[in-house]
Design a protein around this ligand. Structure first.
Ligand code: ASP
Length: 339
């Protein structure tokens, strides 16, 4: 039996064409992609596809679309061995992170891919990305999926989705996973890093279809003033704020700053400390400049990415858990998103 894969086309450069008037790239229809890869027809997989009625540039991605995607996977989960989502690279790391939280007990691959050049361009990177993503999604060992998690395949590397970050808008290698090893590398053979891949589960898939976007982000810089900080902290209906700090989670020690955060936490708002560095982790208490943060109840996000922090908060806030449960869930790994 050939493995069966469902290809979901959301949009992104891979299927874009140049608008004749504005000369800018805009999403086009799905046939544009499959027609350009006749090899797909002779592939050793049973391939079905679904396309968004109106494919989007992923800069227009939203939590509602993540919910739509999660529901689509839930509806088709028993019918397919794996899923490949074609997606714009701009917000692919957010979508992969969001799906990782929403799809609890996943035992089948969900591989996101896309490209930096549209399929219609001769030098496109889309063809290899798509073909290998399908191959990875269909890989099995002893009747079980080899990569039972949400991942991103781009330019010969397979990454854990919630560990990725788009770091280059021009190179074919657009993603990095600075704090976690790659799950596989494609060369002549696809070499899987089995130790790094999530272990499969026999538990039933549980799909969470609620997200709460009541969050804001406060990125620190030397000289940031009280007005700027207040503007963020006084956001209406704010439930959590991501504090992007320096180095290993450090921030100014000014009294007014610490007091502002303290008052925010007293209002029941979560303050989640993540680092501005691409690599490495928050360690509150390592330096004097983070001791106060820890004391007043700022939660450290260890080596979580910005993308995973945003979507994890949206996911957890929607569960309406107690402050204590929130605190433990934010500081430990739910889907392999932090060490
Ligand atoms: N703007 C595009 C998008 O994210 C870029 C890409 O696909 O790589 O949809």
């Amino acid at each position: 039996m050939k493995p069966s894969i469902l290809l979901i086309y959301t949009g992104g450069t891979i299927g874009m064409v140049e608008d004749t008037r504005s000369k800018s790239l805009k999403p086009f229809d799905f046939n544009q992609i499959t027609d350009r890869i006749p090899e797909l027809k002779s592939f050793n997989v049973q391939l079905s596809s679904i396309s968004f009625d109106e494919p989007i540039d992923s800069s227009n991605m939203s939590p509602d679309v993540w919910i739509q995607l999660a529901k689509l996977i839930e509806k088709n989960y028993s019918k397919y061995d794996g899923f490949v989502i074609l997606h714009g690279s701009d917000t692919m790391a957010f979508t992969a992170s969001a799906l990782s939280f929403m799809l609890e007990n996943l035992s089948k691959p969900v591989v996101l891919t896309g490209s930096q050049l549209p399929m219609g361009i001769i030098r496109t990177d889309g063809k290899e990305n798509l073909i290998t993503a399908i191959e990875i999604a269909s890989k099995q060992e002893n009747g079980k999926a080899l990569v039972p998690e949400v991942c991103i395949y781009f330019e010969y590397q397979l990454y854990r989705g919630n560990r990725t970050h788009k770091f280059n808008s021009e190179h074919f290698q657009a993603f990095q996973s600075a704090n976690y090893p790659v799950l596989a590398e494609a060369g002549v053979h696809i070499k899987f890093n089995k130790n790094a891949i999530q272990k499969t589960t026999n538990k039933k898939l549980k799909v969470h279809t609620k997200l709460d976007a009541g969050i804001a982000v406060l990125k620190l810089f030397p000289g940031i003033n009280e007005n700027a900080i207040n503007a963020v902290l006084k956001t209406k209906k704010l439930k959590a704020v991501i504090l992007e700090t320096f180095g290993s989670g450090n921030a100014p020690t000014d009294k007014w700053f610490i007091n502002l955060l303290k008052k925010t936490i007293a209002r029941g708002i979560i303050v989640y400390n993540i680092t501005q560095c691409n690599s490495g982790a928050v360690e509150q208490g390592k330096y004097e400049t983070s001791i106060q943060l820890k004391k007043i109840g700022v939660i450290g996000g260890a080596d979580i990415t910005y993308e995973a922090a945003v979507t994890k908060l949206m996911f957890l806030l929607a569960q309406n858990s107690s402050a204590r449960k929130m605190q433990t869930s934010l500081s430990r790994s739910l889907r392999g998103e932090l060490s």
